[in-house]
Design a protein around this ligand. Structure first.
Ligand code: FDA
Length: 312
């Protein structure tokens, strides 16, 4: 309950233009700013520097050039161009070749066909260069269209592309069966968006129970699933279920967000699991940052201490 109230509050605050303007102005300025805990910086160079440190510590990563909900074709075109630059920069840097992107960033709200063209253009450069491209899942308005686009690309022969499914949505068992039947790769998350009660679980216990059920199906029937959560109970369950079913640690990976539960991230690497860290970067960090605050009200204390200069 507390979590959905907090999601609702931060969803509301995320719509505030004034707050966004203020945060964008001050948020990244200081090298130890509170935003940098979750977002290593605004440039690809910042993200690659963070990735090098992660790799030295045994992690792999996925780069997310932040952006979403663009409203003009020019912005969509620019986002696609920027992703092609990211592919080039990551390749040149010699770090892990894995990116995550959002369809609304490529213009889905403006023109579906153009968004798909942009994604195809990115895939046609990224795939031959050995990249894996994950299509993030946005709010439930986009679930059908995202899965349909993934399905079409898959039918067209793209294989280094995967999707995300959210355990808070009632529909996800069916969606999971569809992606497994295709042979596609799934990142399983709990879901970061505030969804209507008619289509989504609100209670943490229900979201967790669905997560556990979907995760077991994925581990048994999925292709190299990504168990993306910071929840120690879900992680322990994944470990014990995999061990009981003879699923070795090279057949799945854990994924976590940059800066969240770094203790747990390090512990999993020390235990021999593959852990991918989602590294978001870019100027459009505000909505991403607000979702992270909404997930955990305690983060607000962190922000306030940051504003008071106490987070060193
Ligand atoms: P839960 O919310 O139950 O938290 C478990 C514990 O994790 C908390 O007790 C706390 O210790 C820690 N924690 C969680 N969130 C925190 C935060 N913000 N700050 C500090 N500590 C925190 N969602 C989506 O809808 N579409 C997507 O494409 C993605 N992609 C994605 C990629 C990756 C790699 C991850 C890890 C997550 C996503 N998500 C996502 C976000 C996901 O849906 C979910 O909102 C968050 O992961 C939080 O849920 P947990 O599973 O961590 O559990």
């Amino acid at each position: 309950m507390l979590q959905s109230a907090s999601k609702a509050l931060f969803h509301l605050l995320a719509q505030s233009g004034a707050l966004k303007k203020m945060a964008s102005h001050y948020g990244m300025r200081h090298p130890h700013s509170f935003v940098r805990r979750f977002i290593p910086g605004e440039t690809a160079a910042d993200a690659i520097a963070a990735a090098r440190v992660l790799e030295q510590n045994g992690f792999v990563e996925s780069f997310d050039h932040l952006g979403e909900s663009v409203t003009t074709l020019a912005e969509a075109e620019q986002a696609a161009r920027e992703y092609l630059d990211v592919v080039r920069d990551v390749e040149a840097a010699g770090v892990e070749r894995n990116i995550s992107l959002k369809l609304t960033q490529l213009g889905l709200d403006v023109d579906r066909a153009i968004a798909v063209d942009h994604l195809r253009k990115i895939l046609s450069v990224a795939e031959p260069a050995g990249f894996f491209v994950r299509i993030d899942m946005e709010s439930s308005r986009y679930t059908d269209v995202t899965l349909d686009i993934f399905d079409t690309l898959w039918q067209q022969g793209y294989r280094q592309v995967g999707v995300v499914l959210q355990s808070d949505l009632y529909r996800t068992d069916k969606d999971l069966a569809r992606v497994i039947a295709l042979g596609g790769r799934v990142r399983l998350v709990k879901g970061a968006y505030l969804e209507p009660r008619a289509i989504a679980y609100r209670r943490k216990a229900d979201v967790d129970a669905a997560y556990a059920r979907l995760m077991k199906t994925l581990l048994i029937d999925g292709r190299y699933p990504a168990i993306a959560t910071h929840d120690p109970a879900m992680i322990d369950l994944a470990k014990s279920f995999a061990a009981e079913h003879g699923i070795t640690a090279d057949r799945f990976e854990f994924q976590m967000l940059y800066g969240i539960r770094r203790d747990l991230q390090a512990r999993l690497v020390a235990e021999g699991y593959r852990v991918r860290i989602y590294v978001p970067f870019g100027g459009e960090w505000f909505p991403y940052f607000m979702r992270r605050l909404g997930e955990r009200p305690a983060n607000v204390g962190f922000v306030i201490r940051g504003l008071l200069g106490e987070n060193g």
